[in-house]
Design a binder for this molecule. Structure first.
Ligand code: PEP
Ligand code: MG
Length: 324
């Protein structure tokens, strides 16, 4: 059983008709990179850096961050590592910052909003990430982007720190891709504009579902309404992937939907380029992909996206998965 598990994990992610997609791992700490490197993944699709901050007693400085990020990048040995800048706020608190309590924390002072307000924090994080690129392939991702202005300001800070590190003579990769999480409906609706400027998108379904459907992702009372197969969510996902391809860019997904093998026909049909998930989900998603024909999935995806309820979409997908 152990041997076959390893085989399942290390097979490349290819559909039955030969379409190769990328599989990433989501990690929350540098220590997880050892398991990530041995997971059969093509890279790290989401490194949630906030846990480094949450497990400290004060803000980690540039050197401490550099040590953590470069450990991960080295461990992945040339495979890409997408490092997401601090996504604090919402359900993730930093007690030592003493941020005021908010009535609506998920709609409040969080993630890139804090980064752009406290530029000094974001700048030192960006410097640490850029320096880690000396050890492998690094990509930078900004969370909770709601409009072009935030992205442009964040990107400008990145460019400034990149230029200043080069001037200091630090060794840095020639190229570092920069992209955004698409987890707010406004960003998904503006995907065509964003796609002209970013290198990539990563769809965060955990938040995208919460914000599109106005369903608190933490509230069990409304959990039955929380469904990534809602046709409104599917239309946004489809739109984002299409927009990226129109402009020669790529789209990944690092929210929980990417780990669901039932969703694989839809996502393959939309043309998703990269799936990122917890380590444990990799074998079952690879297996689901290996049974699918991408042309057939394109037709299914078009048909299922036009259905009118999440229940209808889900029952068709369950039916498909039983068939294949
Ligand atoms: C998401 O929102 O889907 C996501 C991957 O980010 P997080 O779960 O860290 O908010
Ligand atoms: Mg999120």
């Amino acid at each position: 059983r152990i041997a076959s598990e390893r085989e399942g994990r290390f097979r490349p992610a290819v559909s039955a008709d030969g379409r190769r997609v990328e599989i990433g791992v989501n990690i929350g700490a540098a220590a997880e990179s050892e398991a990530a490197a041995d997971s059969g993944a093509d890279g790290i699709g989401l490194y949630r850096t906030e846990f480094l901050f949450m497990h400290a007693e004060r803000l980690p400085d540039e050197e401490e961050q550099y040590a953590a990020y470069s450990e991960v990048v080295r461990r992945m040995d040339g495979r890409p590592v997408i490092i997401r800048t601090l996504d604090i706020g919402g359900d993730k608190a930093l007690p030592y910052l003493n941020l005021p309590k908010e009535a609506n924390p998920f709609l409040g002072y969080r993630a890139i909003r804090i980064g752009l307000d406290r530029e000094d924090w974001l700048r030192s994080q960006l410097r640490a990430i850029i320096r880690a690129s000396a050890h492998g392939e690094v990509k930078v991702m900004f969370p909770m982007i709601s409009g072009l202005g935030e992205w442009r300001r964040a990107k400008a800070l990145f460019e400034e720190e990149l230029a200043s590190l080069r001037k200091e003579g630090q060794s840095i990769a020639d190229r570092i891709e920069t992209g955004i999480m698409v987890e707010i409906p406004s960003a998904a609706l503006l995907a065509d504009t964003f796609a002209r400027e970013v290198d990539f998108f990563s769809i965060g379904t955990n938040d995208l579902v919460q914000y599109t459907l106005a369903v608190d992702r933490m509230n069990e009372k409304v959990a039955p309404l929380y469904d990534y197969f809602h046709p409104a969510v599917l239309q946004l996902i489809q739109r984002v992937i299409e927009a990226s391809h129109t402009h020669g860019k790529w789209t990944g997904m690092c929210g929980g939907m990417a780990a669901d093998p039932i969703a694989a026909p839809l996502l393959l049909g939309y043309g998703l380029d990269e799936w990122s998930m917890d380590i444990g989900s990799i074998p079952k998603v690879k297996q689901a992909l290996s049974r699918l024909d991408s042309g057939e999935c394109r037709e299914w995806a078009a048909r299922l996206t036009a259905l009118d309820t999440p229940e209808a979409v889900r029952s068709e997908l369950v039916h498909l998965s039983e068939r294949s």
